[in-house]
Design a protein around this ligand. Structure first.
Ligand code: PLP
Length: 408
């Protein structure tokens, strides 16, 4: 038997079934007319953001990193809840505009921005988080051609990394941002070129559950920004401090203590150096805002036994849930939280393997999971499906096509 990850506490049973946004799983699947189906809860997202605002300093803006979940209705819903949006392509820029975000609320990071993407962003008035000197030159040139002073910030590749981070994005050689020692010269060049200088973006990692690690990283970010600005002799109108707030996916993961993070940041903000006195601060979060608000529902199409192992075979799989299958940046495969959605309050009775419908042994949704007895036609719920699910999985694989999505 292998343990399952923790089911987020917001989910409860109603009439014996998993309820999402007050509606039971079988009714949601019936309304969708098709499975697999991603269901995202407005209520959980709202609670999440309200809790975060309460914990964090008032001065700190909250940005949504839309790559976590770009589903149109969800993106629109988020527009009223967050202060800004972080995008990583011209495609995301278009989706963001369609969802009603204002260009001045949007910042665009990402290595390998093409000229046409820089052009679209500058024309719209979006802030570019520059990833290299080359990109800065191209942005300044395009600004000249358009007769627009481009909104430019520099993404710094910090010399530290976020401890305990699931995916390291800073520290040492990286394709992201500019090494810190090269930043002052470029910052001066941008200011001298009379671009609209916005400040710095410093992102040091992702999926951290340890408050101490985040506090340490945020302290470093403030120090680095102050030092670089002083060295360059430039102001810092805006500082994107990165994010990295994680969610519990696996057994023994515990939730991040945001009160602790918020208190430490409040103390830091109370003693800022003069060069950051007027700065507007933001954090950028993806999975923390939406990850636990999503559930993937997939129907059992077969139940069989091979060499004494019971398999529940579903109509879903890694083509929608690459991360839950263990094939999206994990070294050791562990089980996400999984349940039999239409028997949500039943006692576990048997140990089974839950798999997808693809012809590959990689297509696993839960290994040796202790679950209630389930039959063909029952619904499996995979939790923590609100981020890096639908849009981060290879849905063309084996001709399966995308899953349905629903915001409730
Ligand atoms: C992916 C990414 C994020 C969001 O990461 P989460 O772990 O989902 O919070 C934020 N900022 C940058 C620069 C990213 O690349």
């Amino acid at each position: 038997m292998k343990a399952l990850g923790p089911i987020p506490i917001e989910y409860t049973a109603k009439d014996g079934e998993l309820a999402i946004g007050g509606r039971i799983a079988s009714a949601l699947a019936k309304e969708a007319r098709e499975t697999p189906l991603f269901v995202y809860s407005r209520e959980i997202i709202e609670q999440r953001i309200a809790g975060l605002r309460k914990a964090m300093p008032e001065r700190l803006n909250i940005h949504y990193a839309m790559k976590a979940n770009p589903y149109g209705p969800l993106l629109e819903f988020m527009a009223d809840l967050v202060d800004g949006l972080d995008i990583a392509s011209a495609g995301e820029l278009q989706q963001a505009r369609e969802a009603g975000y204002l260009p001045r609320e949007i910042s665009f990071a990402g290595p390998g921005k093409r000229d046409r993407e820089l052009f679209a962003a500058i024309k719209a008035g979006v802030t570019l988080n520059l990833e290299s000197e080359n990109e800065a030159d191209r942005a300044l040139q395009i600004g000249k051609e358009l007769r627009i002073a481009p909104r430019l910030a520099i993404r710094v590749n910090p010399s530290f990394e976020l401890r305990g981070s699931g995916m390291k994005m800073g520290g040492g050689a990286k394709p992201f941002g500019l090494d810190a020692e090269r930043v002052p010269a470029l910052a001066r060049k941008i200011v001298d070129a009379e671009a609209n200088w916005r400040g710095f973006h410093i992102y040091s990692g992702s999926q951290a559950l340890d408050a101490e690690a985040i506090i340490e990283s945020q302290a470093h970010v403030l120090d680095v920004a102050a030092t670089l600005a002083q060295e360059a002799g430039v102001p810092v109108p805006h500082l994107n401090m990165g994010g990295g707030f994680g969610i519990p996916y696996f057994d023994k993961d515990t939730p991040l203590d945001i009160a602790e993070v918020g208190d430490a940041l409040k103390a830091r903000f109370a003693g800022l150096p003069p060069v950051l006195a007027e700065t507007q601060f933001a954090i950028e979060l993806g999975r923390y805002l939406v990850g636990e608000a999503g559930v993937y529902l997939t129907r059992i199409v077969d139940r069989k036994v091979s060499h004494e192992t019971t398999y529940l075979i579903t109509d879903g799989g890694l083509h929608h849930q690459l991360a839950a299958s263990g094939n999206f940046g994990t070294v050791v495969r562990r089980n996400y939280p999984v349940a039999i959605a239409n028997r949500f309050d039943a006692e576990p009775e048997e140990v089974v393997n839950v798999v997808g419908c693809l012809c590959t042994p990689l297509d696993r949704l839960a290994d040796a999971a202790h679950l209630p007895r389930a039959e063909v036609g029952d619904l499996i719920a995979v939790f923590c499906a609100g981020a890096y699910g639908a849009s981060a999985s290879p849905d063309n694989f084996l001709g399966q096509g995308p899953a349905l999505e629903m915001l409730v």
